[in-house]
Design a protein. Structure first.
Length: 79
């Protein structure tokens, strides 16, 4: 089931114009070891419920968006 995301440049668009990139999270510090970087790059929380995420309007203007979405319902909670 699709849902809509509001692009700041193009307005409301179908989710199929966007690409999910990642959960929003902080990168390890400059002195982090290899294990910390591996966990950051390859492991995700994949929580059920509200989650802050990065999306890109790949089928449109190319704008990157940070969206809070409920992953169990696909409801956009804030943009």
């Amino acid at each position: 089931m699709g849902f809509k995301i509001r692009c700041p440049n193009c307005g409301w668009r179908t989710v199929y114009e966007f690409t999910f990139e990642s959960e929003e999270r902080r990168a390890p510090g400059p002195d982090a070891d290899l294990k910390a970087w591996r966990e950051h790059l390859y492991f995700r929380e994949n929580a059920s419920g509200p989650q802050l995420e990065w999306w890109v309007h790949s089928g449109g203007c190319g704008t990157w968006l940070k969206i809070r979405r409920d992953t169990s319902t696909n409801e956009i909670l804030e943009e």
